[in-house]
Write a protein that binds this ligand. Structure first.
Ligand SMILES: C[S@@+](CC[C@H](N)C(=O)[O-])C[C@H]1O[C@@H](n2cnc3c(N)ncnc32)[C@H](O)[C@@H]1O
Length: 244
C-alpha cells in the first residue's frame, strides 16, 4: 500500500494545512442531511477515515460519535481534538467492530478506495455496521465525469510561527484505470528555517454510475445530495445510501 507521509511522519501539518474551522459549513450540510434522513434525536454516527477529526469536531454537538482511521498518527490528532469520542484503529475495507450505528460517514477518506473492489469492501463494512434503515454518507472529491487534470491547487497557512505552503499537482496519468495521481509539496518555514517535503497520493476516480451501482449491489438505496464546494474547490459531492 502507498505510504502517505501526510498521515504519518508529516501528520502534524494536517491541522495547519486544513484547519478544523474550515469544515464548519460542510459539517452543517452533513448534519442537515443526516437529520432529514434519520429524524430528530441524538443518533449514533461512525466516521470511517476520520483523519484529524476536523469534520467530527463540528458534529459532536448533535450526534454520538465513534471514529476509525488507518493511521495511528491521524487517530491521535483526532483523539486530542475529540477526547469524548471512542477511536478505533482499522481499515474501512475490513473493520468489524461488532457495533451497529444509525449512520456512517466516509468523508474524503473514501478517495483512497482505488478499485471497484475497494469501494465494494468499504460499502460492505458500512452495511455490516448499520441498523436497518441506517444511512451511509459519502463525500468523494471527484467523479470521472468532472475531474480535470492536470490541475494545481495551492495555499499558504500559518499557525504559531510555522508557515506551510501547500501545492498539489493532480493528474490522471492513465485514463483507462480508476485512479488519479497527485504530488503534494509542503514548503515549511519553521521560525525562519525552510524545509521542502514531497508526498505522493493515489486517489480513486469512478464514473458516478459506478458509485450508484456498487451502492445498490451492497444493499443500499442511493441518492445524490450535493452542496457547494468549499475553499480550494474540494468537496460538494455527497452520495447518500439508505440500507434497503
Ligand atoms: C484527508 S484525511 C481525512 C480528513 C478528515 N475528513 C478530517 O476531518 O480531518 C484522509 C484519511 O483517510 C484515512 N484512510 C485512508 N485509507 C483508509 C482506510 N482504508 N481505512 C481507514 N482510513 C483510511 C487516512 O489515514 C487519512 O487519515
Amino acid at each position: 500500500m502507498e505510504h502517505h507521509r501526510l498521515y504519518h511522519e508529516l501528520a502534524h501539518l494536517w491541522p495547519i494545512l486544513s484547519p478544523p474551522e474550515e469544515y464548519a459549513v460542510e459539517a452543517w450540510h452533513l448534519k442537515e442531511i443526516l437529520q432529514e434522513k434519520l429524524g430528530p434525536g441524538r443518533h449514533s454516527v461512525l466516521d470511517m477515515g476520520c483523519g484529524g477529526g476536523h469534520v467530527l469536531s463540528h458534529l459532536s454537538q448533535w450526534f454520538n460519535l465513534t471514529a476509525l482511521d488507518l493511521s495511528p498518527e491521524m487517530l491521535s490528532l483526532s483523539q486530542n481534538l475529540n477526547p469524548a469520542v471512542p477511536h478505533h484503529l482499522g481499515d474501512m475495507r475490513e473493520v468489524r467492530l461488532g457495533i451497529t450505528f444509525d449512520a456512517i460517514l466516509v468523508h474524503d477518506a473514501i478517495d483512497y478506495m482505488l478499485t471497484e473492489d475497494d469501494l465494494s469492501a468499504a460499502f460492505q463494512s458500512a452495511r455490516m455496521h448499520l441498523r436497518p434503515g441506517g444511512v451511509l454518507l459519502l463525500a468523494p472529491d471527484h467523479y470521472r465525469e468532472t475531474f480535470v487534470g492536470p490541475s494545481v491547487l495551492h495555499w499558504v497557512h500559518e499557525k504559531e510561527g510555522l508557515t506551510v505552503t501547500f501545492i498539489e499537482h493532480a493528474d490522471d496519468l492513465n485514463p483507462s484505470d480508476t485512479q488519479t495521481e497527485s504530488v503534494f509539496f509542503y514548503i515549511i518555514n519553521d521560525h525562519g528555517v525552510r524545509t521542502i517535503e514531497e508526498d505522493h497520493h493515489t486517489h480513486g476516480l469512478f464514473p458516478k454510475e459506478t458509485w450508484l451501482r456498487l451502492l445498490r449491489e451492497c444493499g443500499f438505496t442511493p441518492e445524490e445530495r450535493n452542496y457547494p464546494p468549499y475553499a480550494g474547490g474540494y468537496g460538494g459531492n455527497v452520495l447518500v445510501g439508505v440500507v434497503s
